[in-house]
Design a protein. Structure first.
Length: 311
């Protein structure tokens, strides 16, 4: 029996020409992300909303080829190459790892970054003001914010002297983020223990290592590895009674203690404006990378109460 969901999945799996017998001039957008789609539902919807506000209706006057690596970063190059073979007009990348894969797959198709921690440091653009190549989009200002998040954590836990920093060494921008944390830690006289979380199976071991290292709090650097493990991270932090700070507010919505950073849904909505400009003839080289305009500091008081922390 073929259910409606199965039929829709079969339809989406068809190559583009089979789905677009008419309207061959309709632009095609490639959407490349590392985590499962279910991990970033709000952000994807924000992007769709941004397109709708500009007059684009998916399936009518724009087609989107959705591709997810399902958390497996090694799949990204093949997915990027697939979008290039489909001759999409623009590729939207949801994060540094997809951007790196898309950059490796094409130097001609315009690439729009929905967000990136450090576009210049990651080698994606020559400068924020003049990107210079086929890539532009939005920056999250992440390295500087990583140090700021440690400052806020120290204000929340005044006696903080040891912090475990969870990150992924292979994730673009991780090095710059960690450097800012270490700089802030030196000024705050806080000892940093970096724990490399390369896959889902490393999460439990990292918490054990943090406890063994007598960490008094955890700072999570942005990583695709645990984007879809937000509830698990929050539960483990509560179990170990460790205050934890995240770069994204969706972690707090799923039980985490606090977050400080650029508004993720706002970034995705703004990314639609870049797609629109490029489809109307602008080139990425001449479109400055936009720095975030909205920042959020979010605290989950229920999570604070769970670990006996008074904010």
């Amino acid at each position: 029996k073929i259910t409606r969901r199965t039929f829709c999945s079969m339809l989406l799996a068809l190559p583009f020409p089979a789905r677009a017998q008419q309207g061959t001039n309709i632009p095609r957008l490639g959407y490349l992300t590392a985590p499962p789609f279910s991990a970033l539902t709000a952000q994807h919807e924000a992007f769709r909303q941004g397109l709708r506000e500009l007059g684009y209706v998916e399936g009518k006057n724009i087609f989107i080829e959705w591709r997810s690596a399902e958390g497996k970063l090694d799949r990204l190059p093949d997915l990027a190459a697939e979008l290039v073979r489909l001759k999409v007009d623009v590729i939207l990348t949801a994060g540094p790892a997809p951007t790196r894969a898309a950059k490796g797959a094409t130097s001609t198709i315009p690439i729009v970054m929905a967000f990136d921690s450090d576009p210049v440091g990651n080698g994606f653009v020559a400068s924020l003001a003049r990107p210079g190549g086929n890539i532009t989009g939005l920056s999250t200002y992440a390295p500087e914010l990583s140090g700021k998040r440690l400052e806020i954590l120290k204000e929340t836990v005044p006696k903080l002297s040891r912090v475990a920093v969870f990150g992924t060494s292979t994730f673009p921008g991780n090095g710059a983020n960690l450097k800012e944390v270490e700089r802030a830690a030196a000024a705050l006289k806080v000892k940093v223990q970096f724990l490399d979380v390369l896959s889902h199976k490393d999460i439990g071991a990292a918490f054990q290592a943090a406890t063994k290292g007598r960490a008094e709090a955890i700072l999570f650097l942005a990583s695709v590895v645990y984007t879809d493990k937000r509830t698990e991270l929050a539960d483990l932090a509560a179990k170990h009674r460790l205050p934890a700070s995240y770069s994204r507010s969706d972690h707090v919505e799923d039980g985490g203690l606090m977050s400080y950073g650029a508004n993720p849904t706002d970034l995705y909505r703004r990314a639609a404006t870049y797609v629109d400009k490029i489809l109307k003839g602008r080139t990425p080289a001449d479109l400055p990378v936009e720095q975030p305009m909205k920042f959020e500091f979010v605290i989950n008081l229920k999570a604070a109460k769970q670990i006996g922390l008074t904010i």
